[in-house]
Design a protein around this ligand. Structure first.
Ligand code: URA
Length: 217
């Protein structure tokens, strides 16, 4: 495990891939599609992996598929995904061209007590983590956005999105920023100064700046 360089805070440990097994993204995606002994396999929900442009320099990582993603087999196609697309478009990112998007967990964790789904647990996140890290390696983005605590736990090994959001981290030469999960914005629709939506907008503008700066180099 390498040391993660973090700006504005203490260095933290981040899990790093050891020896990679996959020669291509397609080989990796096919392996994930064939999974049948992962911790959520018995839930009977489908494998949902990623979408977007494999050449994109911006990689977004979310939590886990929800009910709509479980039906369509693509990540971020429900309400949270539509809001995310709007936010990205407002910062002049084309969601089909400029980004690649995946999740920390590749199946919807089934809910209890009448709920359709639940948050993934740490052991579930840890199980899928090596595959997520392989996606990162093979996409090789310049900038990554970790949406919410589950993605922060998976990639940075820490949580506390309210504290982490808007900070730049660096890992293996990549710029990483934790941001709020779009579902959190759906639950907190205020646009007042200091609101989650206003902070998200600040963060996305910083991301736009970073990508523009990097593309000049
Ligand atoms: N929320 C996520 O984190 N991922 C999805 O794919 C959909 C909703």
């Amino acid at each position: 495990m390498d040391q993660l360089d973090m700006f504005n805070s203490e260095p933290v440990q981040a899990p790093e891939p050891e020896n990679s097994q996959y020669a291509s993204l397609e080989e990796l995606l096919e392996t994930i599609r064939q999974m049948d002994d992962d911790p959520l396999a018995t839930a009977g929900t489908r494998i949902v992996i990623s979408r977007g442009n494999t050449q994109a320099r911006l990689l977004l990582i979310g939590e886990a598929p929800g009910p709509e993603e479980n039906i369509q087999g693509r990540p971020f196609v429900g309400r949270a995904g539509k809001l995310l697309d709007k936010i990205l478009q407002a910062a002049e990112f084309d969601p089909d061209e400029d980004i690649y998007i995946t999740n920390s967990v590749f199946r919807m964790p089934p809910g209890t007590d009448g709920k359709a789904f639940r948050k993934p647990g740490n052991e579930e996140i840890e199980y899928y983590r090596p595959y997520v890290r392989e996606i990162i390696r093979l996409i090789d983005p310049h900038v990554m956005l970790l949406m919410g605590n589950v993605a922060c736990y998976s990639i940075l090994g820490q949580t506390g999105i309210t504290r982490l959001r808007g900070q730049w981290f660096q890992q293996q030469g990549r710029w990483i920023m934790p941001i709020f999960h779009p579902s959190y914005l759906l639950r907190n629709p205020s646009k007042a100064p200091g609101s989650p939506k206003a902070l998200m907008w600040e963060d996305i503008r910083e991301v736009r700046k970073k990508i523009d700066e990097l593309s000049k180099k």
